[in-house]
Design a protein around this ligand. Structure first.
Ligand SMILES: C[S@@+](CC[C@H](N)C(=O)[O-])C[C@H]1O[C@@H](n2cnc3c(N)ncnc32)[C@H](O)[C@@H]1O
Length: 218
């Protein structure tokens, strides 16, 4: 998958690219390209934001700046999905992640301050996505959330079984994951559930599904 992120701080993504499982698919299943609006802005002195028409607080990311950035990379409007990250977008769920992870090419647009000139969302983006009902200072953390969530759904990112049985997976009927335990089996009198040390995989699977259901309806 080719995943392009337009941002004002491409270097902020360095940490993410060193983390597994993303690092495991970089250069093979995932081609992550980072572009700065500043490199292609048609304005002087690297300007990318401007005051809003009608007045009011804050600065707005200009439509001509975003259009120029897309033009420089794609030679016009890209024919892939272009996601504007905004708290006003469709809320991100695992279902949306699966949908986006199925794309061959995808573009993410990050903004800051007051956000995008609305014409970016209306005319340059095909989708608007929010990572939750709260406001962050810029779209870079939301972009990283999406990049990470998508990367772990790519082939080879994580053990197939691990991905298949995660919270919100089809195997768990969209529910929450069951609890995990590791050694020691007894710590301070806190015991690991007996079924997990029984070696009976039929019973273990049934217990896990039951726990998942209980957690989901709590
Ligand atoms: C301070 S926010 C702008 C908030 C906007 N003025 C509003 O009230 O809806 C700046 C930028 O951060 C990003 N952002 C902030 N919160 C977000 C969220 N929950 N989901 C996705 N992007 C978000 C978006 O790119 C947004 O344009």
């Amino acid at each position: 998958m080719q995943l392009d992120v337009f941002t004002l701080v491409p270097h902020a993504f360095a940490w993410l690219t060193e983390q597994r499982p993303l690092a495991a698919v970089l250069g093979t299943e995932l081609d992550l390209r980072l572009f700065s609006y500043r490199d292609t802005t048609p304005l002087r002195a690297g300007q990318v934001d401007d005051e809003p028409y009608g007045g009011g607080a804050g600065m707005v990311l200009r439509v001509d700046v975003v259009a120029a950035a897309l033009d420089a990379v794609y030679g016009g409007q890209p024919d892939q999905r272009v996601v504007a990250l905004t708290p006003q977008g469709r809320q991100l769920t695992q279902e949306v992640v699966e949908e986006l992870a199925g794309e061959e090419k995808l573009t993410l647009l990050s903004a800051r301050y007051e956000g995008f000139d609305e014409r970016v969302v209306q005319h340059l983006a095909s989708d608007a996505i929010s990572i939750g009902p709260y406001v962050l200072s810029n779209g870079d953390l939301p972009a990283m959330v999406l990049v990470d969530a998508i990367a772990r759904r790519l082939p080879g990112a994580i053990a197939e079984e691990s991905g298949a049985w995660e919270s919100f997976s089809v195997a768990l009927e969209g529910g929450l994951e069951y609890p995990h335990y590791t050694r020691p089996a007894d710590f301070n009198g806190w015991h690991v559930p007996e079924v997990l040390v029984s070696g009976d995989h039929g019973k273990i699977d049934a217990w896990r599904r039951e726990q998942s259901r209980k957690r989901t309806v709590l």
